[in-house]
Design a protein around this ligand. Structure first.
Ligand SMILES: [Mg+2]
Length: 394
């Protein structure tokens, strides 16, 4: 089977929510006093936007085949990622057969390895990779999940990340994950408030609903260990991303130190099979949480997932909407998915990447039928009425 060759690669930048889901206005739960590694600086304590969490914005990558079919993807990375895509990565994509994703990934990765390997560069590669999968699906008239092995379940079930697990329970989600809002700089009193918040939420949701805590890299090993032990009385299911993603040794020690039954999760800021190999072989966590828009794209996530499967670990991807859903549908070791509550008060379900995607499916009653994903590619369209800006041309 031959496909029309790829004739163009375009990288655009968009502002205002969407794939850069931290790019929100004031008053949104996602920017309200969340504990971060920057919390020790008073000027940057209250708001993550104050230290530039939304500095980059959304990256949109389009790949166009000779017959006019366009695949696209959205992720973060903004203008610097657009530069990398247009000025460096596009040479490995133009003129290629859209089905040759493995070789395109390999060339993008190894050609940029001297300045890449993690972070922004892998973020940019992820955007191109997802756009290639979308293009291939449109050319084959198949959903991505059908091209990577087929769905192993009829529907996805979700836990909700947001400020109101109690409302998430009413909306049918299987669990709720709250952000940690007290940092080590606030001392033992802050930790007690954090534990009290978990206890208060536990009293609202009852004993059997999953409650989790996302620490967004804000803690050190000692604090994280004490917090995990203190939160155990409220049946905290997992403690997420407690430490710096570079501190594999800290995660290894934390996993040994948390109370029996509590899970340690991390990986949303980890990248590639080699990064996740460290987390898995060092037994840093119970669940890995790669973000398909940051870890190297779907091509790399499949490798990461196989590695995790061989280690007996679950893969619950971080956010990322349809780009995660098509993957989760196909893996036995991804039994549920994350849904980011993007309503400012976490009080209703809105599309995760709103307003950038048209036709973005959302869970109903905490569930999503795989039949809703049965459209070519990732099954969504880019809203081209938005202010797409193309800062570089190759
Ligand atoms: Mg997280």
């Amino acid at each position: 089977m031959t496909f029309p060759k790829i004739i163009d690669v375009r990288a655009y930048v968009l502002r205002g929510g969407g794939a850069d889901y931290h790019d929100q206005s004031s008053g949104h739960w996602i920017d309200d006093n969340i504990a971060t590694p920057m919390s020790k600086y008073p000027n940057y304590r209250e708001s993550r936007r104050s230290f530039g969490i939304n500095a980059l914005g959304t990256l949109v990558v389009e790949v166009e085949a000779a017959n006019g079919t366009i695949g696209f993807a959205v992720t973060t990375g903004g203008e610097p990622a657009a530069y990398i895509v247009e000025k460096h990565l596009s040479r490995f994509i133009k003129g290629q057969n859209p089905a040759d994703i493995e070789i395109m990934w390999d060339q993008m990765y190894f050609a940029s390895q001297y300045y890449g390997r993690k972070g922004l560069v892998i973020n940019a590669i992820s955007g191109v990779d997802l756009a290639l999968w979308d293009l291939l699906g449109r050319l084959r008239q198949e959903p991505v999940h059908a091209m990577i092995g087929g769905a192993v379940r009829d529907e996805l079930s979700f836990y909700a990340t947001g400020s109101r697990p109690d409302l998430a329970k009413e909306m049918g989600f299987i669990g709720g994950k709250m952000p940690l809002r007290y940092a080590p700089i606030e001392g033992n009193a802050g930790m007690q408030k954090a534990v009290d918040d978990i206890g208060e939420m536990r009293s609202r949701v009852g004993d059997d609903f999953w409650l989790m805590l996302d620490c967004w890299m804000a803690l050190d090993l000692d604090y994280a260990t004490r917090l995990a032990i203190a939160a155990h009385e409220h049946k905290l299911k997992w403690i997420e991303e407690a430490l710096s993603p570079d501190d594999y040794w800290g995660y290894q020690a934390l996993k040994k130190a948390v109370p029996s039954g509590m899970l340690v999760t991390t990986g949303e800021h980890e990248a590639t099979r080699w990064g996740f190999r460290m987390l898995l072989e060092m037994e840093c966590c119970d669940i890995i949480q790669p973000d398909v828009g940051w870890c190297g794209g779907l091509t790399e996530l499949l490798k990461i997932s196989s590695l995790a499967d061989a280690h007996g670990k679950l893969v619950i991807p971080h956010g990322s909407s349809v780009y995660s859903y098509h993957f989760v549908a196909t893996r036995h070791n991804s039994p549920f998915a994350e849904f980011l509550m993007m309503a400012p008060n976490s009080d209703k379900v809105v599309p995760m990447f709103s307003p950038q995607l048209i036709g973005e499916p959302v869970p109903k009653n905490g569930r999503l039928s795989i039949s809703e994903l049965d459209k070519p590619g990732f099954g969504v369209e880019l809203d081209r009425t938005l202010n797409l800006h193309r800062p570089y041309k190759d």
